[in-house]
Design a binder for this molecule. Sequence first.
Ligand SMILES: [Zn+2]
Length: 242
Amino acid sequence: MLTLAPLLAALAAAWPTPAPPAPAAHTAQAPAPESGRPSPARPKPTGRGPAAVPRPAITRRFIPLTAQRRRDTAAYAKRHYGRATTTVEPHAIVVHYTVNDSVDATWNTFAPNVADPELRERPGTCAQFVVARNGRIVQLTPVTFLCRHTVGLNWAAIGIEHVGRSDAEVLGNAAQLRASIRLTRWLRCRYGIAVRDVIGHAESLSSRFHRERVAALRRQTHGDFQRSAMRRYRALVRDAGC
Ligand SMILES: [Zn+2]
């Protein structure tokens, strides 16, 4: 799709700059309320397309993207997808849960560029976002930095982790779920990703974007976010619209 970046940059340049500049411009939106009440009314659609979708509050806490990690990422993309690149073509969103209890633990897992214990290759695993139990959204890499989170889909999918230990835990946490839907909505609308391409890790093998050159990995997937949970999640994404 056409990128809106130049237009947005022009709009930003034309907009009066507040003085002094806010210390965290990327968290311009107020954080989501922590109660389980429904979120306040959204701004009315303006008819201007994706630019009208509000960006949720996002805290940036990038893992180290060293030159070695970038080289390993490009080599991984070449081995598994046939093209040496560190950039995702965003056609899908894959949701996960972390099987741990904090953003810190997640960051500590993803930050070292070491071979993972399961598939034993570099770069280290990562996902672009993690949503905390209290609804805080933390961004771990640039949105389209190619992260290893889903075999077969890393070339095409943005990964969203959720701190937690089951599908039901995340879906039953109103603050976390609300933040997750806002993040998915923003990403989905920004990149023109279809609702059906918002999938759980456990659905990866049936994705229309699944590609894997290493034969031994062609049926590899994980159990997080099964179809039953994703039916509910996708219904919320569909209702949120663009
Ligand atoms: Zn997963």
